[in-house]
Design a protein around this ligand. Structure first.
Ligand code: PGA
Length: 277
């Protein structure tokens, strides 16, 4: 074992548990924000808020809650939540497709799993735009996550130019097929897709109208819904827009950035997701 990261060899890891199909999801990625102390404060406040609400195991009305801290805070946040809110899935924002090796600056799936991650966000538009994560690389990363029993959160979405050219559905279906078609059924059934149109993400994004979301999610679910663990929506989601987005057929939950970076904001979204049933 010497020289190998944890999990790089040996018995296949136990897959992270998935909630029953039809469970609502709500989660946040902190992107490149928060120190360890800030992350722990958020996690403590959210754990306390979930306990106050009596939030239990996902399913039966309780959503699957998840949080995706930066790699620096992963071990501490996952350690705290394992104690204080064990049903919260903790994820990494990315992971390399190789288990170990000469890849300076990267972290592998076994390494993020060792730090407590049970989910890996893969293919976020910021990774695709700035770091060269194309469909082929995204597919490799999804397979690496599955190999180690983590839940891949596959992010897909079209740019404004693709949407105005009328190509949204084709683009998003191609992004999902590029990953899922190479998987067997059991692996595909562990993939959670986040539909996040690029034009809706971040402070320069425009919140999507429910009918714009439906335009893509309905054909996506019709084509691939039975093969996936769930379909989430993300991009400028906030408490004001959440109920209508949750009402779009096929949307199982929300993946939120800025509106969830304060614990109270996140808990408000948890309440709205729980209320959506
Ligand atoms: P936002 O980020 O909610 O801040 O737009 C969403 C995302 O990038 O997943």
């Amino acid at each position: 074992m010497s020289g190998q990261p944890a999990g790089a060899t040996g018995a296949a890891p136990q897959p992270a548990p998935l909630p029953p199909r039809g469970t609502r999801w709500v989660g946040t990625s902190w992107k490149m924000t928060k120190t360890r102390a800030e992350g722990l404060a958020w996690a403590r406040a959210v754990a306390a808020g979930l306990a106050e609400r009596g939030a239990g195991a996902p399913g039966g009305g309780s959503p699957q809650v998840f949080v995706v801290p930066p790699a620096t805070a992963l071990a501490e946040v996952s350690g705290l939540l394992a104690q204080e809110a064990p049903h919260v899935l903790v994820g990494a924002q990315d992971a390399h497709w190789e288990d170990a090796g000469a890849w300076t600056g990267e972290v592998s799936v076994p390494q993020v799993a060792d730090a407590g991650a049970r989910l890996v966000e893969i293919g976020h538009s910021e990774r695709r735009e700035h770091f060269g994560d194309d469909d082929a690389r995204v597919a490799l990363k999804v397979r690496a996550a599955l190999r180690h029993g983590l839940v891949p959160l596959l992010c897909v979405g079209e740019t404004a130019a693709v949407r105005s050219a009328g190509g949204s559905v084709e683009h998003v279906l191609a992004q999902v097929h590029a990953v899922v078609d190479a998987l067997d059924g059991a692996d595909a059934a562990r993939v959670v897709v986040a539909y996040e149109p690029v034009w809706a993400i971040g402070s320069s994004g425009r919140p999507a109208r429910p009918e714009e979301v439906a335009e893509v999610v309905e054909p996506l679910v019709a084509d691939l819904g039975d093969r996936l663990a769930g379909v989430l929506f993300g991009g400028s989601v906030d408490a004001g827009g959440a109920p209508d987005l949750l009402g779009v057929p096929g949307v199982d939950g929300l993946f939120v950035g800025r509106a969830a970076w304060e614990a109270e904001g996140f808990l408000r979204l948890v309440d709205l997701v729980a209320a959506a049933g």
